[in-house]
Design a protein around this ligand. Structure first.
Ligand SMILES: Cc1cc2nc3c(=O)[nH]c(=O)nc-3n(C[C@H](O)[C@H](O)[C@H](O)COP(=O)(O)OP(=O)(O)OC[C@H]3O[C@@H](n4cnc5c(N)ncnc54)[C@H](O)[C@@H]3O)c2cc1C
Ligand SMILES: NC(=O)c1ccc[n+]([C@@H]2O[C@H](COP(=O)([O-])OP(=O)(O)OC[C@H]3O[C@@H](n4cnc5c(N)ncnc54)[C@H](O)[C@@H]3O)[C@@H](O)[C@H]2O)c1
Length: 485
């Protein structure tokens, strides 16, 4: 039997039901409360969503350990030894080791704590959180199935769908959670894999391949394309590929995995990954990082008239409206730009729109993103591929970090700063930073792109000497001189 609830405690208030408690959902809930709405968040797994429980937070926590391992490898070069005089790290007489059980316990603990913090914050702000699976009947009703089999219908004035996405699986490589894994299952490992095969060299595959390699695991990275990170800045991807090779990673380009299976028994148990050309790779574990599918099936969307794309993503406009009045969508389920920051922004915009606040439609041109490899790749604004595709006039300046005094002091070898700008007006159109902590270094370029500053504006600003951001000033000065040529 379906119990029907009319939600409004304040009969004047608009009631919003948000399905999905990830960044798209919970950020929207906070804005909607501030704008005076009654808000219900329906979440089937845990607040914070995949972002907090399986994707962003756990992967970046794991990568924090990998980063420290990479730094430790440089110790001997900077004159640091163990107290017994031995060198720590790769190539030393006493290589450092990682206890994956401890690492993963920390990862899981941090994710759970963050999820709990978000729940506490939402409840403190007066958001009602319901544990269960939501189904959208219309813009005015969502039905929630509880774990106990109960069904509760919630009447409302508008719905936000922020249901995220799930790892894509290949039929012949079904994850078993033991040796054939999706990234959501990696955090249950207590012991480092003896040899990890990573299938897929997009952002997820590259991040995990790099991290496990730094933790001391032999890694084989299977890439369907010529190079790793095929959708990223080509110079940046080339740096990562070089670093991966230098660190002994085995790269298998132009290869598609068609199957993965566990073979052997006892000590001999391992995985075999079959490639489309018949080659078979062997390892102790395989991580399938072959993309995601949106969580949009079987939750009433099509019946309610919400248009989905062929890939199953919800079609939305720049203020997060779907094709049904009163039903909005945000985040990975829309396929707009699968980043936590974009999901949150889409959710906030949806609430501003439905509740009559000032609305600025989302501007994807200014999105900043970061790939947490070592070194990191941070990008903002137009990419070179996008500028070429739209036949824009643009100039490029690029400066390797190896020339930067601070980088030399820190023992950095790889990385660069690159700016795209309009050759006549000098306006900064985009930028790429490849460096350790590029995620922190990109912000001055983000400000330049957001506020349409010119290379001259950037060049005139003081930078600290010595600093890595000094290279951003320098590459802007190169842009200034390029314009005078
Ligand atoms: C390995 C990995 C690392 C990443 N790292 C980064 C990063 O560093 N930075 C970054 O910006 N982005 C990163 N991303 C992308 C980021 O995780 C997503 O863009 C973000 O999670 C999208 O947020 P969301 O709210 O749309 O969905 P999610 O975070 O997926 O949340 C959706 C929630 O909806 C719930 N749900 C689904 N269906 C229902 C239903 N019917 N009823 C109730 N609840 C439901 C789910 O349980 C889930 O909790 C990463 C992605 C991956 C895979
Ligand atoms: N740091 C971050 O912000 C971060 C981290 C991870 C993911 N993300 C987001 O998630 C999005 C998706 O990234 P992703 O890497 O999970 O997915 P993706 O779809 O971008 O990459 C998957 C890759 O796997 C390849 N592939 C598919 N099937 C294959 C097969 N059978 N054999 C070999 N290769 C195969 C695809 O060609 C593709 O290159 C990114 O665009 C990004 O926005 C962000």
């Amino acid at each position: 039997m379906v119990t029907v609830e009319t939600q409004s405690r304040d009969l004047q208030a608009t009631t919003i039901v948000i399905v999905g408690g990830g960044p798209g959902g919970y950020e929207a809930a906070l804005v909607a409360r501030r704008l005076g709405a009654e808000v219900v968040v329906v979440e089937r797994r845990g607040l914070g969503g995949a972002a907090v429980l399986t994707d962003v937070v756990p992967s970046k926590t794991l990568i924090a350990t990998a980063d420290w391992m990479t730094i430790a490898e440089r110790a001997s070069e900077l004159g640091i030894t163990l107290s017994n005089g031995e060198f720590p790290g790769q190539g030393g007489t006493a290589p450092l080791a990682v206890d994956l059980g401890v690492v993963n316990a920390r990862v899981r603990g941090l994710a759970q704590a963050q999820s709990q913090d978000i729940r506490t914050r939402l409840e403190r702000e007066g958001v009602r959180v319901i544990d269960g699976t939501g189904r959208v009947e219309s813009s005015s009703r969502v039905v929630v199935a509880g774990a106990d089999g109960s069904e509760t219908a919630i009447d409302c004035d508008a719905v936000l769908v922020a249901t995220g996405a799930t790892p894509r699986e290949l039929d012949a490589a079904k994850p078993d959670g033991r040796r054939i894994l999706t990234w959501t299952q990696l955090y249950d490992l207590d012991v480092l894999p003896e040899k990890l095969i990573v299938v897929g060299s997009g952002v997820t595959g590259a991040e995990f391949a790099g991290a496990y390699n730094a933790l001391g695991v032999p890694v084989v990275l299977v890439s369907s394309r010529d190079h790793v990170l095929p959708n990223e800045d080509a110079d940046a991807a080339a740096v990562i590929e070089e670093v991966f090779r230098d660190r002994g990673m085995e790269l298998v380009p132009r290869s598609r995995a068609v199957a993965a299976q566990v073979v052997g028994e006892g000590d001999d148990e391992h995985v075999e990954v079959t490639l489309a050309d018949g080659r078979v790779l062997t390892g102790s574990h395989v991580l399938m990082a072959v993309g995601s599918i949106p969580n949009t099936a079987g939750i009433g969307l099509e019946e309610a008239g919400v248009a989905l794309s062929e890939s199953g993503h919800i079609q939305v406009d720049r203020v997060s409206r779907t094709t049904v009045r009163g039903i909005y969508a945000a985040g990975d389920c829309t396929g707009t730009f699968p980043l936590a920051s974009v999901a949150a922004q889409q959710g906030r915009i949806a609430m501003s729109h439905v509740l009559g606040d000032t609305v600025v439609p989302i501007r994807l041109r200014t999105v900043a993103a970061n790939i947490f490899t070592t070194p990191e790749i941070a990008t903002v604004g137009y990419s070179e591929v996008a500028l070429q595709a739209q036949k824009s006039k643009y100039s490029v300046t690029m400066l390797p970090l190896a020339r930067n005094a601070r980088a030399k002091m820190l023992g950095m070898r790889h990385g660069f700063v690159k700016l795209f700008f309009h050759p006549d007006a000098g306006v900064v159109l985009g930028g790429v930073v490849v460096a350790p902590r590029a995620s922190e270094l990109i912000f001055p370029i983000t400000l330049a792109v957001q506020h349409r500053l010119t290379v001259d504006d950037v060049a005139e600003a003081f930078t600290i000497y010595p600093s890595l951001t000094g290279s951003i000033g320098e590459v802007a000065r190169m842009g200034h001189h390029r314009r005078l040529d």
